[in-house]
Ligand binder design. Structure first.
Ligand SMILES: [Zn+2]
Length: 102
């Protein structure tokens, strides 16, 4: 038999891999083992949080620049900034909502 972690051959009945130390015992019954979806959900949740934080930062930054821009009589920069920030925040909240039940 070979180690799942490093591929090294190990003796029948060994509890850990002599090469990498990985446990060679079968998982206890009833434990499904690591669920790949869990890791994925964690990654997406972290990304959603980052998106929300980034949108808030972007919104502040754009609003700051817009306030300084003298040649923006129609307030276009501000409008665009607001729209982008709102959309980003909505996207982040939608992702969080979708993940809540996972
Ligand atoms: Zn190993």
């Amino acid at each position: 038999m070979n180690c799942d972690g490093c591929g090294a051959e190990h003796a029948e009945g060994a509890a850990t891999c002599a090469s990498c130390g990985r446990s060679l015992l079968p998982p206890p019954p009833g434990s499904p083992g690591p669920d790949p979806i869990d890791g994925l959900a964690r990654d997406v949740k972290a990304a959603a949080k980052e998106l929300i934080v980034a949108s808030a930062k972007l919104s502040k930054s754009l609003a700051h620049h817009a306030a300084k821009a003298a040649e923006d009589p129609k307030g276009t920069t501000k409008k665009v900034a607001k729209k982008v920030a709102t959309d980003l925040e909505k996207a982040g909240q939608e992702i969080e909502r979708a993940l809540r039940d996972l």
